[in-house]
Design a protein around this ligand. Structure first.
Ligand SMILES: O=c1ccn([C@@H]2O[C@H](COP(=O)(O)OP(=O)(O)O[C@H]3O[C@H](CO)[C@H](O)[C@H](O)[C@H]3O)[C@@H](O)[C@H]2O)c(=O)[nH]1
Length: 355
């Protein structure tokens, strides 16, 4: 294992904060770069306490080119793990310029700062959403990419930029990680997912139903061609995902790997009803739900073929669905309003609850 000086953009976010735990445990030197637009500095305070280590923190936006030059020239990183970005699928459709600005132009700014400071390795946070509606399952990395949303296209375009950047000069390495559905929380219950508004994703929504913040789960359709009619996804524990970033960093530090892409999932799928049932076991009570119509843009099923990551990164998932739910519930019950004070959380009934 090579020790690296690593800039972690979006390090205060959900996946970023869990990855910091892994990096710090392995004695990498870290500089977090975060705008805190969609994250809390409290996450970093907790990471530092849990890890028993201090690290540099820069409050900056990846669109701020000058700030990036300054930070990179001062810290002189060996590598970047790039999480910072906008990620709400529905919001992307109404704010395409913001999504391309942050996710694509922000990535370009990073590459400029990296090039200026001679940093030649980047690990990029991408998404299985770049595949679009699957032609076959499980999805391997050679599946065609047909992203069906602004968000998905912003990730896809950023990937292309990174591939071209890496190919332009022999010693550059760009590793693209396509996540399936990250869920769960750190075993301590001190860091976890903290949606700023009404959760878009299944697990944080169920967690808020379990803690009484939301009335019931809206199940988006039960007429899909899956084993119980509800949507099927490949859920991956966030701590497993975090380990994959460190494995990718190690892989990129070993030598000339150029541009490469890995699917990160378990290879197994669970339906919405199966997730709900597993969460009920974790929290010890039954949770209200109601079937509503399908959500626009959803696919019936999505499952990863993670064999390339297993082989080349020597990485595989360890945590079960039960552990994903129990760790989520541990975090949720300890921090019902995330990193914020209770009064600041919007729990007013909105469209999502009105089912
Ligand atoms: O309140 C909810 C939320 C979700 N679901 C269902 O639960 C499953 C998982 O939904 P998520 O929103 O948690 O996850 P998605 O697979 O839809 O979303 C993932 O894929 C998206 C693109 O499709 C984006 O990349 C997103 O960031 C990523 O989490 C889907 O079948 C969805 O229909 C519900 O029934 N009710």
């Amino acid at each position: 294992m090579v020790m690296n000086r690593v800039v972690v953009t979006g390090g205060a976010g959900y996946i970023g904060s869990h990855t910091l735990m892994e990096l710090l445990a392995l004695d990498h030197e870290v500089c977090v770069l975060d705008s805190f637009a969609n994250s809390s500095p409290k996450a970093l305070v907790r990471v530092s306490k849990l890890a028993g280590r201090k690290f540099a923190v820069e409050s900056a936006d990846i669109r701020d080119e000058q700030a990036l030059y300054r930070i990179f020239n001062a810290f002189k990183p060996d590598a970047v793990i790039h999480f910072a970005g906008l990620k709400a699928v529905a919001e992307g459709e109404t704010k395409p310029v913001d999504y391309y600005d942050v996710n694509v132009a922000g990535t370009l700014n990073l590459l400029k700062a990296m090039t200026a400071s001679n940093c030649s390795r980047i690990i990029f946070s991408s998404s299985a959403t770049v595949y679009g509606d699957p032609d076959y399952l499980p999805l391997d990395e050679t599946h065609p990419c047909r992203p069906a949303s602004v968000y998905g296209r912003s990730k896809y375009f950023a990937e292309q930029v990174l591939f071209d950047w890496a190919r332009a000069t022999p010693r550059r390495n760009a590793i693209v990680l396509r996540y399936f559905n990250p869920v769960g929380a750190h075993e301590s219950g001190e860091i976890g997912e903290d949606p700023q508004d009404i959760p878009n994703n299944l697990m944080p929504f169920i967690a808020q139903v379990a803690s009484g913040l939301r009335q019931q789960l809206a199940i988006y359709g039960d007429d899909y061609e899956t084993r119980d009619g509800t949507g099927l996804r490949d859920y991956i524990h966030v701590s497993d995902l975090a380990r994959a970033h460190v494995a990718a960093l190690d892989y990129a530090s070993r030598g000339q790997v150029g541009a490469d892409v890995f699917n990160l999932g378990s290879g197994n799928g669970a339906t919405v009803r199966e997730m709900l049932a597993a969460y009920e076991v974790a929290c010890g009570r039954s949770l209200p739900s109601k079937v509503v119509s399908r959500r626009a843009g959803d696919v019936a099923a999505s499952v990863a073929d993670p064999s390339k990551a297993e082989k080349l990164l020597d990485w595989r998932t360890r945590h079960t669905l039960e552990e994903m739910c129990s760790s989520s519930w541990n975090w949720q019950s300890k921090n019902p309003t995330g990193y914020r004070a209770a009064e600041s959380l919007d729990v007013s009934p909105k469209a999502h609850d009105a089912v």
